[in-house]
Design a protein around this ligand. Structure first.
Ligand code: NAP
Length: 271
């Protein structure tokens, strides 16, 4: 690809973002589709300045990650309805100078789950109450899943449970809990602390579905335990690729090359 005066610029902003796989994934997707576009990492604590730069320089689209996913909302011209309900965005589209926010984590998680199971009438425990838990909670509720939120901080957990009109339980209460589906949205088990697991082993029952949104490592301790106990397991890679594919579609108006994006991320993760 030749970078010239017509090249469209995209990127990811957050702090820190040195570990982000989004540049690898999106640049491979642009090149697979023959688009004159590049995607960069813009690490900053200053989201206000970052958005001014995006407007002034005509950056066409931005992925937004921690810690800016909620703080960025008042700086946008428009926010999509689902993202507004979630209270967090992870994608900005620069539509001829108007910055519009979306949350593709929600649809990414939904697609990753629907690839493996039928969600209708299912019960689900979501562990965590941060940005990812909010995105997943709202989209699952809108798809008829009966939810319970389990979180370390009762204050944050109860606030999410209230917005989802569902019960809250503490992490210690999970010992007695049962559900068709369990989703870990906390960083417990992520590298470098791969030995950790967010739930006691006995709650993992044969036939249950267990999703971990962590994708490094691909098989977390939770997923390994779940597999050994006869559960259906879903790793975080599929959610990551689908949220990125939805960003690509919002930015370019064309379908994303999902298998190319998957290979690029797998290569980067060396799996
Ligand atoms: P966040 O807003 O910071 O929320 C983190 C949540 O994890 C909070 O509920 C927090 O509990 C809980 N937590 C953190 N450390 C904990 C610990 N040691 N013990 C118990 N609970 C703990 O983060 P987020 O944006 O939701 O992201 C969470 C994870 O999801 C990250 O690992 C991120 O990389 C991953 N993620 C993956 C994808 C994907 O596409 N696969 C997309 C988005 C995020 P408190 O409320 O008590 O602090």
């Amino acid at each position: 690809m030749i970078i010239d005066q017509h090249t469209r610029l995209y990127g990811v902003t957050g702090y820190p973002i040195g570990h982000s796989l989004s540049p690898t994934m999106h640049n491979r997707a642009f090149s697979a589709k023959g688009l004159n576009a590049v995607y960069m990492a813009f690490e900053t604590r200053d989201i206000d300045g970052g958005l001014k730069g995006m407007r002034a320089l005509g950056i066409k689209g931005m992925s937004v990650t921690l810690p800016h996913k909620s703080a960025v909302i008042p700086l946008l011209d428009e926010v999509d309805g689902l993202a507004k309900r979630i209270g967090a965005i992870n994608t900005i589209v620069n539509d001829d100078g108007r910055l519009v926010g979306y949350n593709t984590d929600a649809v990414g998680a939904l697609k990753a789950l629907e690839e493996k199971l039928d969600l209708s009438g299912k019960t689900c425990i979501i562990i965590g109450a941060g940005g990812a838990a909010r995105a997943i909670g709202f989209i699952l509720k809108e798809n008829g899943v009966e939810l319970v939120v389990a979180n370390r901080s009762a204050e944050r957990g109860k606030a999410l449970a209230l917005s989802l009109s569902c019960p809250f339980m503490s992490l210690s209460e999970m010992e007695k809990a049962t559900a068709d589906l369990l989703i870990n949205t906390t960083p417990i088990g992520m590298i470098p602390r791969k030995d950790r697991c967010p739930v006691p082993e006995q709650i993992l029952k044969k036939g249950m579905a267990v999703m971990d949104i962590i994708y490094n490592p691909l098989e977390t301790r939770l997923l390994k335990m779940a597999r050994d106990r006869g559960c259906l397991t879903i790793n975080g890679l599929s959610m990551f690729i689908h949220q990125g594919a939805e960003q690509f579609r919002l930015w370019t108006g064309i379908e994303a090359p999902v298998s190319v994006m998957m290979s690029a991320v797998k290569e980067a993760l060396e799996v």
